[in-house]
Design a protein around this ligand. Structure first.
Ligand code: GLN
Length: 453
């Protein structure tokens, strides 16, 4: 098929189906068709990449030149970036066809996509079920076959948890593997762009385009990028799997535990060995994250002041009124909650007690992973504590919502890569297997995920 035909096909699906899911904030139909025509010409001229003419979507956190980029917020409702994120530019260079921007929790803060200013996203697997978050739009769009692939970001679980709840495959790379330039910042030391698609192979194709050094991001690591598809078929014989005992505590539901143990058995059949390992500080991860992430967010979000760009309140009396009303009107509840918590944790009297302490805990959590990877190649666990929950069920109780990331958050604090792979169903709803790897072991994770599919 030609790219134009393929692009039309997916645009039709979005038009007919997305009313049910609300997985897109913006659909760029005309631009997509123009790009598809250009891609078809490029293919005819014989200089195509594997991505030339392939449709996909960007999470609405990646800046796209000339296309509005909202980050799920009223604050950026009409923001049209004058530049591309590096990830955006990389897909453009590869000739991929962007169909639009996917819905997300406001500023990527959330686990259910209910904090989006553009309305909640519905999980294609169940009426009234959340798709997870914050990359819920990307996950739902891939699950509903509205796009074959979508970019996503993960600060505490936002790629893996929605991938799990929507039955798709997602990868959060090592911190520094993918450039954050032009990716709207939430918590800069934790944020990482990554991939979402149906299969590990498609994730590998995405990472081939996304990974690599970028002088515009000082935390991006200058290190060679392998062809992530080259090692997908390597045999898993001898792979050492660790099961962190802290993740298999009495809090884990028996049904979820069974799914994970069944998956691990499949790996044993493929020649892997399994042993129990320990991440002794795992139970501190959520507490440390909810100091560090809000602290960084409070600093990052100070740029939305009504002066430089984004939303501005009507008729401000003076400068103070401009700042306060712009921010009160432009940010939603969850974002305000994080700014308040972060500002408090960083304030002079409390910095040592909260922020500094959390940083020390973070270091211990990182060391846990370093120690575990001296013993095993990968760690496996559930991705989320339960399958997709009903919309509204957790949205009034932030602490219950924060517990959604109990298995995913430590990974971000340590900076290691991790995937979520579909691993069966509970009551007709998909669940995910989380596979965690050592720094820069994305190829191995993709290989392990591919062999399981
Ligand atoms: N659910 C977590 C939060 O609300 C993680 C979000 C994310 O990874 N962007 O902060």
């Amino acid at each position: 098929v030609s790219s134009v035909e393929l692009t039309r096909q997916f645009l039709d699906r979005i038009r007919c189906e997305d009313g049910k899911y609300n997985s897109f904030i913006t659909v760029t139909e005309d631009q997509a068709l123009a790009d598809a025509r250009a891609a078809d010409e490029q293919r005819a001229n014989g200089n195509a990449t594997p991505w030339t003419g392939v449709p996909f979507a960007h999470k609405d956190i990646f800046c796209t030149r000339g296309v509005r980029t909202t980050c799920g917020s009223k604050m950026l409702e009409n923001f049209v970036p004058p530049y591309d994120a590096t990830v955006t530019a990389n897909f453009r260079k590869a000739g991929a066809v962007c169909l639009g921007k996917t819905n997300m929790d406001e500023f990527a803060m959330g686990s259910s996509n209910e904090s989006s200013y553009f309305g909640p996203v519905t999980n294609p697997w169940g009426a009234k079920r959340v798709p997870g978050g914050s990359s819920g739009g990307s996950a739902a769009a891939v699950a509903a076959r509205l796009v074959p692939a979508a970019t996503a970001t993960d600060t505490g679980g936002s790629i893996r948890q929605p991938a799990a709840l929507c039955g798709v495959t997602g990868l959060k790379p090592t911190y520094g593997r993918v450039s954050r330039y032009g990716m709207i910042a939430f918590a800069s030391s934790l944020d990482q762009g990554g991939t979402m698609a149906r299969t590990a192979e498609d994730n590998a194709l995405m990472l081939n385009v996304m990974a690599g050094f970028d002088p515009k991001d000082s935390t991006c690591v200058d290190r060679g990028v392998p062809d992530y598809t080259a090692t997908l078929d390597e045999p898993l014989k001898g792979l050492k799997i660790g099961l962190p005992k802290e993740y298999f505590s009495e809090q884990l539901s028996p049904a979820m535990e069974q799914q994970v143990r069944d998956a691990v058995k499949e790996y044993e059949k493929l020649g892997a060995t399994v042993k129990e390992v320990s991440l002794p500080h795992a139970n501190l991860a959520i507490a440390a994250y909810y100091v560090i992430a809000p602290a960084e967010a409070s600093a990052n979000l100070s740029r939305f002041d009504g002066v430089r760009y984004g939303y501005r309140c009507e008729d401000p009396k003076d400068l103070m009124d401009l700042y306060t009303r712009t921010r009160a009107e432009g940010f939603g509840n969850e974002v305000e909650r994080r700014i308040l918590v972060g500002t408090y944790a960083l304030s002079a009297g409390y910095f040592d007690a909260y922020y500094l302490k959390a940083q020390k805990v973070r270091r211990l959590i990182q060391q846990d992973f370093i120690n575990a990877f001296r013993e095993v190649d990968v760690l496996m666990s559930p991705t989320s504590p339960s399958p997709a929950f009903v919309q509204g069920e957790k949205s009034t109780d932030p602490v219950t919502m924060y517990l959604e990331d109990v298995f995913t958050i430590a990974v971000n604090l340590a900076g290691v890569p991790a995937m979520s792979v579909p691993a069966g169903f509970i009551d007709g709803l998909p669940v995910g297997l989380q596979i965690i790897g050592d720094y820069f072991s994305e190829a191995r994770l993709l290989n392990a995920a591919h062999q399981f599919q």
